[in-house]
Design a protein around this ligand. Structure first.
Ligand code: TXA
Ligand code: MG
Length: 325
């Protein structure tokens, strides 16, 4: 492996300023960052991730002072959401200014912006004084990394530095909300629950297929059916009678199995997301649990659907995408 895993924010900042890529910790998942205003640097993100160019990137900034340079309008809803959840796992899709390269936004007239909360990400943004474009630091369509070593496994041959910030505390990607018109639109459920968003901003529309047609491309390809996929086939079940007849199964469950209807089922491997059924803890553990099951040699991963509330909704969303084939 060519890349270095370190906590040296200074050298990470230098690399970014020189137009190179750096993977870095955020509170959601690790990002693969480049200077958002340098199209050549951004082009390397797409190359390394093998990401299609129709899938736009999130631009990370240090504070709201940088908004004016990048976006042309900040609605009152955007303002409410930003003051409630920034810094944190919220991304706002806003009308963009010309300075943001088309490559970053896939030619859309909007740009996705996030102010992360992780101290390592914040220090990097402060030191570079640049907006940093960063998708999750995984190959396109694969599991998002929540530790430096997960990044190294997927991208270690292709980047120079992974800025280590420990295990991501939120564990799932940011909630993406489009704030372009009257009513905000939820493009991707994420680290902030729908209930929290509604409590802050009131009515919010769920993204529908028309939202994609509108821009003749995908408004948020993170909603593509197949995404966040392990190598092993995954199915989602609600009841034991939905289990396949035979095979080596690895189970992913929110609760300890003794507390579920699945207590008498045979599994070769199991990952329990939270001993107490806490959905925030479940989100923190989610991607590493999937990764462990993927590596356990089972021929199918059986995911028991989570309750459709709080971060359970986000995890179910990722499971549905992992199950799509
Ligand atoms: O937590 C996160 O959001 C992480 C960390 C690194 O910040 N990043 C992340 O990036 O998950 P990525 O590229 O894996 O997902 C970005 C999502 C995609 O679904 C993309 O389509 C959407 O944001 N997006 C970006 N720009 C957009 C835009 N202008 N309009 C609509 N959706 C956009
Ligand atoms: Mg991603």
């Amino acid at each position: 492996m060519k890349c270095e895993i370190s906590r040296n924010v200074q050298s990470a900042a230098k690399l970014i300023q020189n137009g190179e890529l750096v993977a870095f910790a955020t509170e959601t998942v690790y990002g693969l960052g480049a200077n958002a205003l340098d199209p050549e640097a951004v082009a390397q993100i797409f190359a390394v991730k093998q990401r299609p160019h129709f899938d736009p990137l999130i631009v990370h900034i240090a504070n709201t002072d940088q908004l004016e340079e990048l976006t042309s309008d900040f609605s009152s809803t955007a303002e409410k959401l930003a003051s409630a959840f920034w810094p944190g796992p919220l991304t706002l899709v806003l009308p963009k200014k010309k300075i943001v390269p088309d490559l970053v936004t896939s030619g859309l007239n909007s740009v996705a912006i996030r102010i992360p909360a992780h101290p390592v990400a914040r220090e990097l943004l402060d030191l570079t004084r640049l907006p940093i474009a960063a998708p999750s630091a995984n190959k396109f369509g694969r599991l998002s990394p929540t530790r430096a070593i997960d990044v190294a496994e997927q991208l270690g041959e292709e980047i120079k530095l992974i800025l280590d910030g420990g295990t991501c505390t939120v564990g799932v990607e940011s909630t993406v909300i489009q704030c372009m018109g009257e009513c905000p639109v939820l493009l991707r459920p994420g680290g902030i629950s729908l209930e929290e968003i509604q409590a802050c901003a009131g009515d919010i529309r769920m993204a529908e297929i028309e939202d994609y047609a509108e821009v003749k491309s995908h408004v948020s390809p993170g909603m593509l059916p197949k995404h966040y996929a392990p190598g092993t086939r995954l199915i989602i079940v609600d009841h034991p009678d939905q289990l396949p007849e035979s095979g080596l199964f690895g189970v992913l469950s929110l609760y300890p199995l003794e507390e579920t209807e699945f207590r008498d089922c045979q599994f070769s491997a199991q990952q329990i997301l939270s001993p107490t059924g806490d959905l925030k803890i479940a989100a923190t553990n989610f991607f590493s649990a999937l990764r462990n099951l993927d590596a356990s040699g089972v021929d199918q991963i059986i995911a028991i659907r989570l309750p459709e509330r709080g971060l359970g909704r986000t995890i179910n969303n990722r499971l549905e995408r992992a199950a799509a084939s």
